[in-house]
Write a protein that binds this ligand. Structure first.
Ligand code: SAH
Length: 610
């Protein structure tokens, strides 16, 4: 199973016929009834499927059936609870033509999983959720990539208003507005706050505040995690008192607990807060007294300074964790809590960060999409593209993969020369916690973005682990071009880029001599551009010093794209054919031959005795 499917683990599949078993063989955890006998790679359940399903239901995130939809509906009906808890349920027909996202399409991820499986099987994904048809992210999903927490609200009604294409007002006070910039054209979200102008039928509030659930129109609340809770406490203060203090401060100031990013304190106290933070999944940021001292705060204290060496713990730590002013602002100045008869005291202050904490571990997927046609992209690369929260790439390549994109994805297309900016942007988003796919044509590690991104990571002090990096290979132009003309790469070969923008021309020339002399079949990348016309002429002259004028050469332009052009010619004449930056030139070795429209480099089989 492809590692990118990790987010759906534990996952189980169920087949009750041998055809279905064959169809689902790509799933590692595949259950079959005892009546089918022992099939390698499957697990056998005893008794009825109904009973067995009851044991799988609550401890799996996704269930895949290859069974009639009606049968699946009857089987799962008694088990369904609600869409925030039920596993993703997928149904595949025995013919392997359709992959249906049956339930938990949004929060359970069934829509995404159905798309991934459909790509794997070459099937059509069936997503019947109305927002998918409108190319909109689900109302209950739009904050997920940024780690936002769902607050109270009428999620069903607001979602219904969106899919009825009624105006839905967005009131966003905090958190990234990136999602707003990537909505499809003609969407009905309105960012005006003047109700009379738009008469909204629903409202999405993106806020750190706990708004009243009462509202004139159906309303939902998303909470970006922007609040850093600074805590100072006397030694021995109970966990209950600390938790009560946090809750009371949040309530008193109308703040939403869902918006808490994490806890901040002085390093001396970190151990006292560790357990609470672990249980509530709050990151704990602790700072030494010298750092805390440097922060200007509204309520410094001499007593605190004498005790721990800084006049402020709660306020200063909250501000430092939130990114210090001016980006951060102190929302709640120090509040002191103690209870009569109970040991200890706790101080709480709250600062708001400019950027939300996502709570996610970022990932960079360096993806090669092959030469251009969708079916030349590996299934793993397709999976990577579908699973990414954000995609970064050259606009032409983004257009090529447009049919794979999902509603809600952040797609940042850059002009051709902006490689460094693309890399920096991808790293920035991944460091923030997103899964980012960087798109290269061909193979991303062959004159592509993979090397650049990894160099940029290395020079920015990357520890090799976070963000996680995964490189997904693609079919490079040389292979695609070779396939179109037959088998020119059957013997030792090399690739040389004629672009001297990043490599000194003397180095390129030296390599051309060496390749020609050593009789490598040679693929020339970046052979010629509007401003670079001389290099290909020199390359021809160099090869003519070592190879016969009638050595076969293939000029392959825009391979696997609409404007594909392929010409077989010879070394002495190939400059008569138009060559540009979308062309790869393949030069045969001494034994390469042509046969009709084909180019063949013998490996030597036929010169051996049989
Ligand atoms: N990473 C890419 C190469 C990028 S360098 C890969 O692995 O294929 C850009 C050069 O690749 C172009 O100048 C051209 O020489 C070659 N190229 C890329 N796509 C091509 C295509 N569809 N047809 C022919 N050549 C192509």
């Amino acid at each position: 199973m492809i590692s990118l499917w990790r987010e759906f683990q534990p996952l189980a599949a169920i087949a009750v016929t041998s055809t279905a078993t064959f169809r689902l063989q790509f799933v590692t955890n595949l259950w079959v009834p005892a009546s089918l006998g022992n099939i390698p790679g499957t697990r056998v359940y005893q008794g009825s499927l109904k009973e067995h399903l009851a044991t799988l239901w609550s401890n799996h995130r996704a269930l895949i059936f290859c069974l009639a939809t009606g049968a699946v509906v009857r089987l799962i009906a008694p088990l369904l609870k609600d869409k925030s808890r039920d596993p993703a349920v997928i149904v595949i027909d025995e013919g392997g033509k359709f992959v249906i996202s049956l339930c938990s399409g949004h929060q359970g991820g069934a829509d995404k999983l159905a798309k991934l499986i459909a790509q794997q099987l070459g099937a059509t994904p069936i997503l019947t959720g109305a927002s998918a048809a409108l190319q909109l992210p689900g109302v209950d999903m739009l904050g997920v990539p940024f780690g936002w927490q769902r607050g109270p609200g009428d999620w069903t009604e607001v979602s219904a208003a969106v899919v009825r294409r009624e105006p839905v007002q967005v009131m966003q006070e905090v958190g990234t507005t990136l999602w707003q910039k990537h909505l499809p054209e003609g969407h009905q979200f309105s960012f005006h706050l003047d109700n009379d102008k738009i008469s909204p039928k629903g409202r999405i509030c993106v806020t750190h505040r706990q708004l009243s659930p009462e509202s004139d129109i159906p309303q939902v609340q998303w909470h970006p995690r922007v609040l850093w809770v600074g805590i100072g406490c006397e030694r021995g203060t109970s966990r209950q008192l600390i938790e009560r203090a946090i809750t009371e401060v949040m309530q008193a100031h109308g703040l939403a607990e869902g918006a808490i990013a994490g806890v901040a304190t002085i390093d001396l106290k970190a151990d006292e807060l560790a357990e609470l933070c672990r249980d509530r999944l709050f990151p704990l940021r602790s700072f030494p007294a010298e750092m805390l001292r440097s922060v200007t705060v509204p309520t410094p204290s001499n007593v605190v300074e004498k005790a721990v060496g800084t006049p402020s713990v709660a306020e200063a730590a909250a501000l430092l964790a939130a990114g210090a002013e001016p980006e951060a602002s102190l929302l709640v100045a120090k509040q002191i809590f103690r209870t009569a008869g109970e040991l200890g005291a706790v101080t709480v202050a709250i600062a708001r960060a400019a950027v939300e904490y996502t709570g996610r571990r970022g990932k960079l997927l360096l993806v090669g999409i092959g030469p251009g046609q969708l079916d030349q992209i590996t299934p793993a690369a397709q999976t990577a593209i579908v699973s990414a929260d954000a995609l970064v790439g050259y606009s032409l390549y983004i257009d090529l993969i447009a049919p794979l994109l999902r509603p809600g994805q952040i797609v940042e297309a850059f002009p051709i020369t902006r490689e460094r900016q693309r890399g920096e942007r991808a790293i920035e988003l991944a460091n923030w916690g997103l899964t980012v796919a960087v798109i290269s044509s061909g193979d991303c590690g062959i004159y592509g973005m993979a090397g650049l991104v990894m160099e940029q990571l290395r020079s920015s002090g990357w520890d090799g682990e976070i963000p996680i990096v995964e490189v997904l290979p693609g079919i490079t132009a040389m292979q695609a071009a070779a396939a179109k003309v037959g088998a020119p790469l059957m013997h030792d070969f090399c690739a040389i880029s004629l672009s001297d923008l990043l490599t000194p021309w003397e180095v390129i020339e030296k390599r051309l001599h060496a390749a020609a002399q050593a009789d490598f079949v040679t693929a020339l990348y970046n052979p010629k551009s509007a401003n670079r016309t001389r290099q290909i002429v020199t390359a021809q002259q160099i090869f003519l010093q070592y190879r016969k004028p009638d050595t076969p050469v293939a000029i392959v332009r825009s391979v696997y794209r609409e404007s594909e052009q392929i010409t077989l010619t010879t070394l002495d004449k190939f400059l008569e054919i138009p060559i540009d930056m979308l062309t790869t030139v393949l030069i045969g070795n001494q034994s390469t031959q042509t046969h009709g429209d084909w180019m063949i480099t013998p490996r030597g089989y036929l010169s051996q005795s049989p």
